[in-house]
Design a protein. Structure first.
Length: 388
């Protein structure tokens, strides 16, 4: 299943993130938050309707209760999807990637992981364990079906065996955003030593797979001699769109990340003037202009930086008041996350300024001395120039 990427945190400590609109938190599984989307309830109802005839055949006379039994089967199936996603989560944690939540939706589920794989082997292992877990559940359910009596329980177990067999095999198909696409990405990455190229190849494979998915009803008709109806064509279209959009997003993300290494904080730093926090704004501006500094940092009596002067706040201060207003009044206090190493670059830089949005960040050398100030506007401009 495709994986998303949340905010940084320790692998063993989960950050309580707000539940997105349209999602419902139902608990935790192996220490990971589990969310349901509204579309999952549609899936549960669909499963209940589809298995109702089989439930009626296994336990005649249930009446409307056959739909309740179908909903129970849907819930048990959701638990097996959790097993699939938990395998991704365990493997990701094994490699030091924090996991924020598991989300169940109409087409299955996905695991939100902080950061991507650092090597082809990590990508391979983190991807393949999900389908393997589903195939293991399918095998276990099939073995249980051999010893269980016929009836509702037997029907549930054999249904789970078939569903997880399809889930495991489908996810092994070589195209993003499926797990098999990530396996293909890992293989191309390992051969070419180029992660972006691996993603592009797997993304195009996903697009081809999306087009082929449109012909799924015709394939089923040829293999099982079942005439396709409107619902089967609609489901194939939804599935094809999901795969196409996921593949396209992965390709766009890869191209985006390929440009990030050129964003280096040291190159974007503004020359900075350090001034006492009680210095009048007028004098601070005069000194900055004289030193040709593009930013001003306030320091305490011991020379430790305590704030960054906001340029907009300075411009909003009338010139006649500037001799009487301390520069600390137009400075934002430094808080954890606003001080960054001058060596920070690329994706790490983007994640840092996204984690704590601000107009400016203080850049410091390895010894803790002030190097300069990084303005978000400068990062945005540099990114746009490299994106052309």
């Amino acid at each position: 299943m495709p994986d998303d990427h949340p905010t940084p945190s320790d692998p063993d400590v989960r950050v309580a993130a707000p539940v997105p609109p349209g999602h419902f938190r139902i608990g935790r599984f192996l220490g990971v938050n589990v969310l349901l989307t509204r579309s999952w309830f549609l899936l549960a109802l669909l499963i209940a309707v589809l298995v109702a005839p089989a439930v009626e055949a296994a336990e005649p006379g249930l009446g409307a209760w056959k739909y309740v039994a179908g909903l129970v089967i849907a819930v048990v199936y959701a638990f097996t999807i959790l097993v699939h996603e938990a395998a991704h989560a365990v493997a990701s944690r094994r490699y030091g990637h924090p996991v924020e939540n598991i989300t169940l939706h109409f087409l299955g589920g996905h695991t939100s992981i902080d950061g991507g794989a650092r090597s082809p082997m990590q990508e391979f292992v983190m991807s393949v364990v999900g389908p393997l877990a589903s195939l293991a559940v399918a095998a276990l359910a099939w073995l249980l079906s051999l010893v269980l009596p016929n009836g509702l329980i037997g029907l549930t177990v054999i249904t789970l065996a078939l569903a997880n067999l399809v889930l495991g095999l489908f996810n092994l198909l070589p195209g993003l955003p499926l797990d098999g696409g990530r396996v293909l990405k890992a293989l191309v990455w390992g051969v070419t030593r180029n992660e972006v190229r691996g993603t592009i190849v797997a993304g195009w494979a996903g697009r081809v797979l999306a087009v082929l998915t449109l012909f799924l009803p015709l394939l089923l008709q040829r293999v099982y001699d079942v005439a396709p109806d409107l619902s089967s064509y609609a489901f194939s279209l939804v599935l094809a769109v999901f795969i196409w959009m996921g593949a396209t997003a992965a390709m766009q993300g890869a191209r985006l990340r390929s440009r990030l290494p050129s964003l280096v904080a040291r190159r974007l730093a503004r020359r900075t003037l350090a001034v006492p926090a009680d210095l009048p704004v007028a004098e601070a501006v005069r000194r900055a202009q004289e030193a040709e500094a593009g930013s001003i940092v306030t320091v305490d009596p011991d020379g430790r930086p305590v704030g960054i002067v906001n340029e907009a706040a300075v411009q909003a201060t009338p010139e006649e008041r500037r001799p009487w207003v301390p520069v600390s009044a137009v400075a934002r206090s430094l808080v954890p996350g606003m001080t960054l190493p001058v060596s920070i670059a690329g994706e790490e830089l983007i994640r840092a300024i996204t984690f704590l949005p601000a107009h400016e960040y203080l850049l410091v050398d390895e010894d803790g001395s002030i190097y300069g100030v990084l303005a978000t506007a400068d990062v945005d401009q540099a990114f746009r120039e490299r994106h052309r």
